[in-house]
Design a binder for this molecule. Structure first.
Ligand code: HEC
Ligand code: HEC
Ligand code: HEC
Length: 236
């Protein structure tokens, strides 16, 4: 599979695109807009692991349960952590924010990726699915190029730094919620929030040679937690 000359040739192109992504925000590069969880509907349906898990998480209620109906419902000081895309480009006209911590709060604005999924290279709605099967790493590159943040590795931050946009590790952090003194224990919180599943990309990564892994380093999980092998959980 990988390790062939074709793969090595292809890797040359990756280095260039990853290099440019590291220095600017994907959304700025792609002009992507936030499409909200309803725009991520492939993942939200019944039987889809990430969506099902998400609905059980506090992240899916951070505005609904904490701000809705209170004097702070539209307070920018709260929305920056309890909502998504405050002050960013949102696809639906007239929206200033998306309630709760939605998929795109961590995975980046989804409009360009949505286009890819619906009609990859103008070849219709199954084309991306087919690419995922045939060449999962290329599919991942396509996701990156569309501005998607997978594992926080194509953004300027690690996953932990992403969490720290809204969480904090000490009580006297300046970037902290005025309503609670709870602090984040990263490993523990990550475990609670982990919604990874085993997919084709993970299988390809597992079988890669150390040399190929080195070449793909910028696209592969480098986070201390994400470096550990995936433990696929059963779909319910
Ligand atoms: C820096 C990000 C941030 C800001 C700003 C922020 N929050 Fe929070 N808020 C959080 C996080 C994260 C938690 C959960 C902490 C945890 O469980 O570890 C939380 C928890 C809460 C809770 C639950 C507290 C409890 O008893 O458990 C309420 C209520 C709340 N926030 C309201 C607000 C309001 C109102 C504002 C604006 C005045 C606000 N937050 C601003 C991040 C933030
Ligand atoms: C609080 C941040 C956060 C939110 C919210 C979030 N994710 Fe994730 N997501 C992550 C992290 C961190 C990972 C792990 C990195 C990885 O393995 O790629 C991940 C991984 C994934 C993966 C890869 C899973 C795999 O099997 O490799 C998918 C797909 C995904 N998320 C979809 C979603 C969807 C859909 C939503 C909304 C319903 C969502 N995520 C909400 C942070 C988040
Ligand atoms: C956009 C802001 C935002 C980001 C980014 C974010 N969180 Fe949160 N998170 C919150 C808020 C707000 C709450 C509080 C939910 C509540 O109590 O209403 C929360 C709650 C949680 C909780 C529940 C805590 C509990 O008491 O059970 C976990 C776990 C968590 N976050 C993990 C993470 C992890 C891991 C990341 C990074 C991958 C992350 N969060 C990124 C805003 C965020």
């Amino acid at each position: 599979m990988l390790g062939s000359r074709k793969a090595v040739y292809f890797l040359g192109g990756i280095v260039v695109s990853v290099f440019s992504l590291t220095f600017s925000l994907p959304a700025m590069l792609t002009g992507a807009e936030y499409v909200s969880n309803s725009g991520c509907k492939c993942h939200m349906g019944k039987g889809c692991y990430e969506g099902e898990e998400y609905k059980e998480r506090l992240h899916s209620n951070t505005w609904e349960k904490r701000l809705k109906g209170t004097p702070d419902a539209e307070n920018p000081d709260c929305l920056k952590c309890h909502a998504t895309a405050y002050g960013e480009k949102i696809a639906e006209a007239g929206k200033k924010y998306l309630p709760n911590v939605q998929c795109e709060a961590c995975h980046g604005a989804g409009s360009e990726y949505k286009k890819v999924k619906e009609n990859y290279e103008g070849k219709g709605k199954d084309a991306f699915k087919e690419l995922l099967k045939k060449d999962p790493l290329m599919a991942r590159k396509v996701q990156y190029d569309a501005g998607l943040i997978v594992a926080g590795i194509n953004g300027p931050a690690t996953v932990k730094e992403q969490c720290l946009k809204c969480h904090w590790e000490t009580k006297d952090d300046k970037n902290k919620c005025p309503k609670t003194d709870k602090v984040m224990d990263y490993k523990d919180y990550f475990k609670k929030d982990d919604h990874r599943d085993n997919d084709e990309i993970d299988d390809v990564i597992k079988k890669m040679s150390p040399e190929d892994k080195k070449k793909w380093a910028a696209l592969l999980p480098k986070d201390e937690i994400l470096n550990t092998p995936l433990k696929p959980k059963k779909k319910e």
